[in-house]
Design a protein around this ligand. Structure first.
Ligand SMILES: [Zn+2]
Length: 381
């Protein structure tokens, strides 16, 4: 509790330079005296304002935009309820439950619009606040376009994860030609419980999450679970890079490609996934490429097979047709192309064509003589 108070005080201090200076004017006229913002992670972002005038202040609104990749700037407005008065101290909170939450490190630009009874209006200059998870004492490490934040584990733990991050970027560039176009931030929570505590709607299996439009990832990695952490970083980082480079207002990537590249960049397919793939081939239970273009099933068995097949589809396209074609495919999706049209343009076959060719490939690669029923193990995607 004590530590929390110190941290909150620190946050207030950090925002002092962001306070908007009151406009210069004749005494008694409408003026903003103070404006500030404070992160109460993960539930609220709280904004405060003091203002005065020689007549009653009658209307106060907070306007803000959330910094993320989009195709139109969305300005939101918070309407402050208060009793009209010549001096006012008000606050308004952006409730994360209402917007589904913001990732740690998200930036919000905000300004106030204050009106008094004489009809005078004052609008403050825009200020910025970072929605930091102030519950932990973060350390940071930067390399290239990636900044990593962590609070548990020593420097060598962080360094090892950063090396894995850079290697994952190199592998991705080699296989697909895709590179990080904008800075990325990676928050390492001490475990998945801490990570879930940082989210408004966590899933039971959440181990890592890429907030692709913010350039932010959050992953729960304890120092004793570093190998799992490295593959999870590779997975989420791939989502971030691929989303950054294909974002368009028309179409999303087919899920098999998005998840397939993320799985492929993790390294060789794990045993549990391989056994699902072998089982599905032998039992003639492979899910169609068409079905894998939509979000995957929530049922564990089907989800496992969906991820395994996606890995194999990415592997097939990369190892058979190479990096340049994959880059061309991603650039075609960036233009908003449909799934069949993009494949047709780059590879000369549509999704059904891909399915026929891939089935031959995957059967040769994974068909097994001795078959054991797949063992279900837990993992996060
Ligand atoms: Zn994924």
């Amino acid at each position: 509790m004590k530590r929390k108070i110190i941290l909150l005080a620190l946050v207030v201090c950090l925002f002092l330079p962001l306070l908007s200076p009151p406009p210069v004017q004749a005494q008694g006229e409408l003026a903003v005296l103070n404006s500030s913002a404070m992160a109460i992670f993960p539930s609220q972002l709280s904004f405060s304002l003091s203002a005065q005038s020689n007549v009653n202040i009658t209307d106060i609104r907070l306007r803000f935009t959330i910094d993320q990749d989009s195709f139109a700037e969305v300005i939101s407005e918070g309407y402050v309820e208060f009793t009209p008065s010549t001096t006012v101290d008000v606050s308004w909170a952006l409730e994360m439950l209402k917007i589904g939450g913001l990732p740690p490190g998200a930036t919000v630009k905000y300004w106030w619009r204050v009106t008094d009874a004489s009809g005078k209006v004052v609008e403050t200059a825009p200020a910025q606040v970072r929605y930091d998870d102030t519950r932990y004492s973060w350390q940071s490490l930067a390399e290239g376009k990636v900044t990593m934040y962590w609070y548990e584990g020593d420097d060598s733990f962080a360094q090892e994860l950063m090396s894995a991050t850079q290697q994952a970027l190199e592998r991705l560039a080699e296989d697909t030609g895709a590179c990080l176009e904008k800075p990325a931030e990676l928050y390492i929570y001490a475990d998945s419980e801490d990570l879930k505590g940082a989210m408004i709607h966590p899933q039971e299996w959440t181990g890592g999450v890429a907030y692709t439009r913010y350039g932010i990832m959050a992953i729960g990695i304890s120092p004793g679970d570093i190998d799992w952490g490295k593959t999870t970083i590779a997975h989420e980082l791939t989502h971030l890079v691929i989303h950054q480079m294909t974002l368009n207002p028309y179409n999303q990537l087919p899920t098999w490609l998005d998840e397939g590249l993320a799985m492929y960049n993790e390294g060789p397919l794990g045993l549990a996934f391989t056994s699902y793939l072998m089982w599905a081939i032998d039992e003639d239970k492979l899910i169609s490429v068409q079905s894998l273009s939509s979000p995957f099933s929530a049922y564990a068995e089907e989800a496992y097979l969906s991820y395994a097949e996606s890995y194999s589809l990415a592997e097939y396209l990369i190892t058979t047709y190479g990096q340049e074609k994959m880059l061309e495919l991603l650039n075609t999706f960036r233009e908003g192309s449909g799934y069949d049209a993009a494949l047709e343009k780059v590879y000369g076959f549509d999704m059904d064509g891909l399915e026929s060719l891939w089935r031959v490939y995957v059967t040769q690669r994974y068909q097994s003589a001795e078959l054991a029923p797949p063992a279900l193990v837990s993992a996060g995607f």
